[in-house]
Write a protein that binds this ligand. Sequence first.
Ligand SMILES: Cc1cc2nc3c(=O)[nH]c(=O)nc-3n(C[C@H](O)[C@H](O)[C@H](O)COP(=O)(O)OP(=O)(O)OC[C@H]3O[C@@H](n4cnc5c(N)ncnc54)[C@H](O)[C@@H]3O)c2cc1C
Length: 428
Amino acid sequence: MPTAHVVGAGIAGLSAALALAEAGWQVIVWEMARHAGGRCRSYHDATLGCRIDNGNHLVLSGNRSVAAYLARAGAPGALVAAPAAHFPFVDLASGARWAVRINDGPLPWWPLAAARRPAGVGLGAFARSLPLLWAGAGATIADAVRPAGPALTRFWEPMSLAVMNLPPALASARLMRATVIEAWRDGRLCRPLFAPHGLGPALVEPALGALARHGATVRFGAQVKGLAASGRRVEALAVGGETVPLGPGDAVVLAVPPARMNALWPEARAPEEASSILNAHFRLAAPVAGPPLLGVTSARTQWIFVKGEVVSLTISAAGFVEGADTEENALLATLWAETRAALGLPPAVAPVAARLVHERRATFLQTPANAARRAQPLTALANLVLAGDHVATGLPATIEGAARSGETAARLLGSPGSQGHAASGSAG
Ligand SMILES: Cc1cc2nc3c(=O)[nH]c(=O)nc-3n(C[C@H](O)[C@H](O)[C@H](O)COP(=O)(O)OP(=O)(O)OC[C@H]3O[C@@H](n4cnc5c(N)ncnc54)[C@H](O)[C@@H]3O)c2cc1C
């Protein structure tokens, strides 16, 4: 049976592998790390003494490729939806608290109701956000949402940081619009989804289990170092010191981050500039009460995730946040003070352990210029397809984008024996 070689076991690679296995391919996944999940994983942290996620991940109920991925993994209920699309916020400078409450249904009327909008943001200010819907390819979110004011600082900025991992002045309006259209327009589609036992148990382990049931092989500690091509086909992979020849019907999906993609397939010219994300994890002596997700403004902290006795917070686009590079203990003290104020915790509640995790290459820098440079999934080689959150999906670099790219790569390769995308004519 023809073999599909998937390089990279992040969400994009796992998504491609699941869809290819379902289509009847023999699948081999090559992963250089000792674990799957890539930028979306859980691990045991020795400092905290418990299992944590490398970073808090916000996934939404309208993320249809994530839903398809979980269905293929045999774990459709692994992520649990909040009962409503309500996003509570606190502004630490003024003490104001509000919730953005997105209504269910095809007509987004929620901005008409003051109680559903951010505090201090009038309907007129919101209406001036509409140009985001027809922003040009060169526009940033801040270009589209003018003039700058509370609608920008209390709504678009937290959303831009969460979705685009960039402040509105830099983030591509077009990519943000894709998320607004796919999810934020209807409360049924933008309920936050939570992984009750972490990202690994929800998104990674079920996929590995399903691949094993399909008879797929996942090889860890196996770095693909090169592709050998002849004519219009990949003929072999260099894996470690080994050469893995490809049969005539075999295919390759490269599902690796930009720099590694460019090293393996220079024609991709994937955007290598990156934006970082800083997460602080606080382990407490006992679980605390609080909303599972709380947005914070006028602070370094942007989003707080309460997970029982572990409280984790996110600083997206950390390279652009003043003070995010402060010495670790001083930064942890500041972030804990903000967290305590935001959650209204008494002074006696203090962390028993704390940890900063800085993912320096969390996503590619999603400016309009880099968005225009994303690699297309099809290549000049008939049996080589590209995937990954940085590939041109039309979506931001997110779990949904990664899952979509893997799904697309599998669709482009078609069924085993179709001799690759060029021969099958499925380039659309
Ligand atoms: C801290 C943090 C917070 C985030 N928050 C969110 C969020 O709230 N919501 C959201 O939707 N997204 C979020 N993201 C983004 C999301 O995690 C990524 O978009 C997604 O995980 C990317 O998946 P991927 O498969 O494209 O890439 P990766 O996860 O990077 O996977 C690529 C895999 O390829 C492997 N690899 C690389 N080179 C080779 C090689 N030569 N041979 C073999 N294997 C190789 C790597 O080891 C890796 O496992 C966040 C990311 C981070 C880091």
